[in-house]
Each structure stands twice: as C-alpha cells, then as structure tokens.
Ligand binder design. Structure first.
Ligand code: ATP
Ligand code: MG
Length: 319
C-alpha cells in the first residue's frame, strides 16, 4: 500500500471533493441483453478509480457511453457537472481515453503519429508533442516507427496521445493488457503521476494487483450491475479473515453468527474461518470469552484484492 499513500489526495486540499463524472441509473440494453443495469458512479477530481468486473460484465459498454459512442437506454451521465448529452463536444474536449489497442500508423514514428493526431484535433501546439513524449518516457524512441515499438511503448504512446489536449479525466480500458511486469509498472507509475497532477483516472482493469496498488476507490460490477463501490482499503479490510481453533466449534459459531459485522463463517476441520473486518479482531476474542469460549489459536490473514474480487463475483467469468 506504499504507492497509495503517495498518490492519495493531500488531506485538507480541495482535491477529491469535486465530482468529475457522475452516472445515475445508467443502463444499456442490446436486444434482450442488459449489458449495464442502473449504474451509479461518482468519480472525484484527482483520484484513480478502478472499474472491475469479469469479462463481459459491461465495463467497455459503460466507457462507450461515457465517451458518447454508445447511446444509453436509460439514465444520465454528467461530466464536470454538465449533462453529457447537451454538452457533448465541450465536455469531451476535457476527456482523454485509450480504449482497446490504440490505432496508430505502423510505418510512422511515434512523433509523427502524435503530429497527425494533433493536427486532426487542432489547437495543439507542436511543443506539446515533445512534452507528452517526454512525459511517457518515449522521447528517445520518438523517431522510431510505431511498428517497431514494444507493447509497453505502444501503450505509453496511447496514453501520450490522450495527454495532447491536457485532459482532466483520463479513461483507460485495460491499459496494462499484455504487458510484462516492467511494462505494467511503467504504466502504473505513469497513472499515479497523472493523478498527482490533479487529473482523474478511470481505470478498467483485470490486473487486480495493479489496481490494489494505485486505485483509491473501486467499483465492482457483474453482469452489468454494481456489486460494490468502496475505497480499496475498505475492501481489503472487508477481506480480512480469522482462523479460530476452538474445542467447541458449534458454540463458537453460534456466538459469531450474532455479531452483525461478521461476514461468512466456514468450518475447516478443527477451525472456523471467519470474515471479520481487520479492526474488529479483538472484539471477536472478547465476544467468545464472554461465553467462556477460549480459542487455542487465532490466526489472522488478509485476502488480496484478487481474492476479495473472486469472493464478490463468485469467481466465474461473466461470459
Ligand atoms: N454492440 C453490441 N451488441 C450486442 N451485444 C454487445 C455489444 N457490445 C457489447 N455487448 C455485450 O454486452 C456485454 C458487456 O460487454 P462489455 O464489452 O461491456 O464487457 P467488458 O466488461 O468490457 O468485458 P471485457 O472484460 O471482456 O472487456 C457482453 O455480453 C457483450 O457481449
Ligand atoms: Mg472491455
């Protein structure tokens, strides 16, 4: 969680209060399929917001709606406090996005590809191209053809292209797909740095280890519907387990069942495996002691975000 401490908004600053993106009751139906159902999201300025869900759960459809590429069946999208439908061009100018594999000309250099984009966009000074290439650490390879770039360099050029217009909100759909650990780390560090500048990052990802390290908050969706939306710390706290060894397992189970903040309780041989928020472990010991139940062992361990995610989503792909 070290990275998180560095990237979190400065306490007491205004960052983190302003709502940059809000969806209310957002829904999309493709024929009979409800790809997105009644989705309510709120992203604050300067945060990295993780958007997680199994394959086919509706992440890219949501992104498509936010970018005005897919017409919602129902619901509303506000960007920077303005209704998207009525202010499409003025608000989308403030948004940068990399969706799927960015499309660049393979025979043109990284620089030339950005120049093509800058010209098409209009109003982007040439000096900005050098700036963004430097920003994503591609300055030295700027004149190499895009086709010769590694996967990580291609992704970074994609991010560079979104930075041309100095966006306040950056939407990344699976930016670390197909990257090796070093490439993933480069993208992760870049995202953290963008958030430190006060930009908001909406990150769709399957790489839960990455998400755990850089996101402030996450939403988890399954089959188009929100399962949970919470700060990463809170989710990890929820994913805290206690393994309790007691002689009388049945009585201990009865006591624990009555505690409202205890999650799942499973019997494992001579242990009870109990989902308990991290800060409540001592209260478990207390509640058992009150009933004169004294565990011979209490082992606590935390689930990774990956395991919390699998518990939440049932561990199956949505497809
Ligand atoms: N244009 C379309 N027409 C019909 N069905 C679609 C269309 N686009 C998406 N879908 C369906 O909507 C559902 C959600 O797809 P979506 O691409 O949003 O999921 P995702 O969460 O981005 O998945 P992944 O993790 O695989 O990228 C899927 O069942 C998909 O097949
Ligand atoms: Mg997708």
């Amino acid at each position: 969680m070290k990275t998180q401490a560095i990237t979190a908004p400065v306490p007491g600053s205004d960052m983190g209060h302003e709502i940059v993106l809000r969806t209310t009751g957002l829904s999309k139906r493709f024929g009979k399929l409800e790809a997105v159902k009644d989705l309510n999201l709120e992203l604050r300025r300067g945060e990295v917001f993780g958007f997680l869900g199994p394959n086919g759960s509706g992440k890219s459809t949501t992104v498509g709606m936010i970018l005005g590429l897919i017409e919602p069946t129902a619901g509303n999208i506000e960007l920077f406090g303005l209704n998207l439908r009525d202010n499409l061009w003025s608000v989308l100018r403030r948004v940068g996005a990399v969706v799927e594999a960015p499309a660049f000309y393979p025979y043109l250099s990284g620089w030339d590809n950005l120049e093509v984009l800058a010209t098409a966009t209009g109003g982007v000074p040439k000096s900005r191209i050098a700036e963004v290439l430097e920003r994503v650490n591609l300055k030295d390879r700027a004149s190499d053809p895009y086709g010769h770039y590694s996967m990580g360099m291609k992704q970074r050029l994609g991010i560079a292209s979104t930075l041309l217009r100095d966006p306040e909100l950056i939407i990344l759909d699976e930016p670390a797909n197909g990257l090796d650990p070093a490439g993933t780390k480069e993208v992760r560090d870049l995202i953290a740095a963008l958030a430190r500048e006060g930009r908001t990052v909406f990150l769709c990802s399957h790489m839960l280890h990455e998400v755990e390290q850089i996101c402030h908050r996450v939403a988890v969706i399954k089959q188009g519907a929100m399962l949970t939306s919470a700060p990463v710390d809170e989710l990890l706290n929820r994913g805290h387990m206690l393994r309790i060894a007691v002689a009388d397992i049945a009585s201990a189970e009865e006591v624990l069942k009555k505690l409202p903040w205890v999650g799942s309780i499973k019997r494992e041989d001579s242990y009870l495996a109990v989902a308990v928020p991290k800060d409540r472990s001592s209260q478990v010991a207390e509640a058992l002691a009150e009933q004169r139940i004294f565990p011979s062992e209490m082992i606590s361990h935390s689930l990774s975000l990956e395991n919390v995610f699998l518990e939440l989503t049932g561990g199956k792909s949505g497809d």
